[in-house]
Design a protein around this ligand. Structure first.
Ligand SMILES: Cc1ncc(COP(=O)(O)O)c(C=O)c1O
Length: 360
């Protein structure tokens, strides 16, 4: 079937663009001599994770225990949860996962280390730990100076072993200017590597230094001490990256197909995709593809308002199917059950987004 026959709103992914994105990141990792551990938080689809593994990713990253469970059920058994897992209920699920999988988790607090150790010991399993270092994002992570204390505690804790240090430089990708992104990345790397050196000075081995976000990984992966990168968005790319000049529109593999469901005024159209389809966590609207004079200006849950100007006022008709590039692709994917895989405008496959909606 042709992609325009798909009922809307729907996620469509250009397979060839996605494969090119996957291969390019795998090549970067290879050229830089680092391991790629692709983050699946963007696509949440086991079939895509398997392609990433075939194309050179060594293991995957996830953000939620539920995402790890979905991927493990599909036979992917080397998983790093790049997030803190707190509370006995969740940690018991980690213990079950650790029975059959190589499992790693991020920590930033001694109490969490103690809970993880207690439950892994009770279950007779081992869990690898990455110390999460706050390299400037001020979200999670310890200051670099506190990393050795956590490292020492981990090495003394039964059921746990220190795998590495994680310094996720997500904040560094935000500035629109390349020079500013580069500067923030350099500062982030300084902090992360300071933590690594302090741990080593305390006589403790650090096997992995894991960093990287799509807009900054080109800089952060160039540090000799880095062993692993964990980008996610690169698989599809999105308008956040286009806005920053990190990629061009042609490299955005995922679009949302939507139908013009109302055309009640010359300068106004409404599509059947609003915040329920796109999400709006960055307060930025999706961008219409190849349509001059069509701008998304407002959402309600099931409606996207289009401001239509110029020639487009004559062109856009009720029932037209238009394509949009999400501003933030990860949250958009999370809204859908399936994605259509497209080649040469034809639907080749339909994949379930099995790890969507995994809140816990
Ligand atoms: C801890 C962590 N690592 C890696 C990533 C992937 O970053 P990106 O999607 O920019 O490549 C994210 C994204 O949110 C993250 O939170």
């Amino acid at each position: 079937m042709n992609k325009l026959e798909i009922d809307t709103p729907a996620i469509i992914v250009d397979f060839d663009v996605m494969i090119r994105n996957i291969r390019e990141m795998a090549k970067l990792a290879k050229d830089r001599g680092v391991k790629l551990r692709a983050h699946i938080k963007t696509h949440k689809v086991p079939e895509i994770a398997k392609i990433q593994l075939e194309e050179g990713s060594r293991g995957i990253c996830v953000q939620k225990v539920g995402e790890a469970e979905v991927m493990a059920n599909e036979g992917i058994n080397d998983i790093f949860i790049t997030n803190e897992v707190v509370g006995d209920v969740k940690i018991k699920r980690l213990a079950r996962l650790a029975e059959k999988n190589k499992l790693f988790v991020a920590v930033d607090h001694p109490e969490n280390i103690k809970s993880l150790s207690r439950i892994m010991k009770e279950n007779g399993v081992e869990l690898g730990i990455y110390i999460d270092v706050d390299c400037g994002m001020h979200r999670t992570g310890v200051p670099s100076t506190e990393a050795p204390e956590l490292a020492e505690l981990i090495t003394r804790s039964e059921g746990l072993y220190l795998k590495g240090v994680m310094g996720y430089e997500g904040h560094a990708g935000a500035p629109l200017k390349k020079e500013e992104r580069q500067k923030l990345t350099e500062e982030a790397m300084k902090t992360t590597l300071e933590a690594v050196n302090l741990i080593k000075k305390a006589g403790i081995e650090v096997e992995e230094v894991s960093v990287g976000s799509t807009p900054t990984v080109w800089y952060s992966s160039s540090y000799q001490e880095v062993t692993e990168i964990q980008p996610g968005t690169y698989v599809f790319n999105d308008y956040y990256l286009v806005d920053r000049g990190v990629v061009t529109i042609e490299r955005c593999a995922l679009h949302v197909l939507a139908t013009v469901m109302s055309r009640a005024a010359p300068d106004r159209g409404v599509i059947d995709a609003g915040s329920k389809a796109f999400q709006l966590d960055m307060n930025k609207y999706p961008v219409a593809l190849g349509m001059e004079g069509v701008e998304v200006v407002k959402f309600s849950e099931e409606h996207g308002w289009l401001k239509i100007t110029g020639e487009a006022q004559n062109k856009i008709k009720l029932g037209d199917k238009l394509e949009f590039i999400p501003y933030h692709v990860c949250t958009c994917v999370n809204q859908f059950d399936t994605m259509y895989i497209i080649r040469n405008d034809k639907v080749e496959r339909e994949w379930q987004i099995k790890a969507r909606g995994k809140m816990v």
